[in-house]
Design a protein around this ligand. Structure first.
Ligand SMILES: [Zn+2]
Length: 185
């Protein structure tokens, strides 16, 4: 009889890595509440994720346990320039090494460039929560359209007239000033 597919919410990293196993699926908005609080998902296709276990022969002879995570989604964020909602693709990929004990995990995390986490004393780890962490980490700090659909008016003082218009109506800027009633100078 075949084993049931592992539960990504309670993943047995030791077994998953030793087997070089793979798992993939889709998570809905309700399964990733922390991500959705920061960035609602676009549409209803959810988050596409995959994970792969790997056991490497470590330098000291002891096997290294790795979990490779990948995810992608489309989220909706307000553009920081025009404030209109924009849909943007989000991608995350991360390899995490698992070791025995918090102390060892902290030591290696500082010493190496690898991302190191401690294996749980018992039970599995919530690998979907790790996927969610990565997607949150991948959110842009200042999301902006490459070109806003309708640029905001230039702030006063930096007002500029499109070159074509200025050539066609050389006195337009002056006329605009007069209409504005500015007579201080
Ligand atoms: Zn914009």
């Amino acid at each position: 009889m075949r084993d049931r597919p592992p539960d990504p919410r309670r993943l047995d990293i030791r077994r998953f890595a030793a087997a070089g196993a793979q798992l993939a699926g889709r998570a809905g908005a309700d399964e990733l509440p922390r991500l959705v609080a920061d960035a609602p998902l676009a549409g209803d296709e959810g988050v596409e994720w995959s994970m792969r276990g790997e056991q490497r022969s470590g330098a000291a002879g002891a096997p290294e346990l790795w979990l490779h995570l990948q995810a992608r989604a489309r989220v909706v964020l307000p553009c920081q320039r025009c404030l209109r909602p924009m849909t943007l693709p989000l991608q995350a990929a991360r390899a995490i090494r698992f070791v025995e004990g918090e102390t060892e995990a902290e030591r290696l995390d500082e010493e190496l460039e690898d991302d190191v986490l401690a294996l749980p004393a018992r039970g599995g780890i919530d690998a979907l929560a790790l996927v969610e962490d990565e997607l949150i980490f991948a959110l842009p700090l200042v999301p902006c359209h490459e070109a806003c659909p309708e640029p905001l008016r230039a702030p006063s003082g930096a007002a500029s007239v499109p070159e074509g218009d200025a050539a066609a109506h050389p006195f337009a800027p002056l006329a605009a000033l007069k209409r504005g009633g500015g007579s201080d100078r």
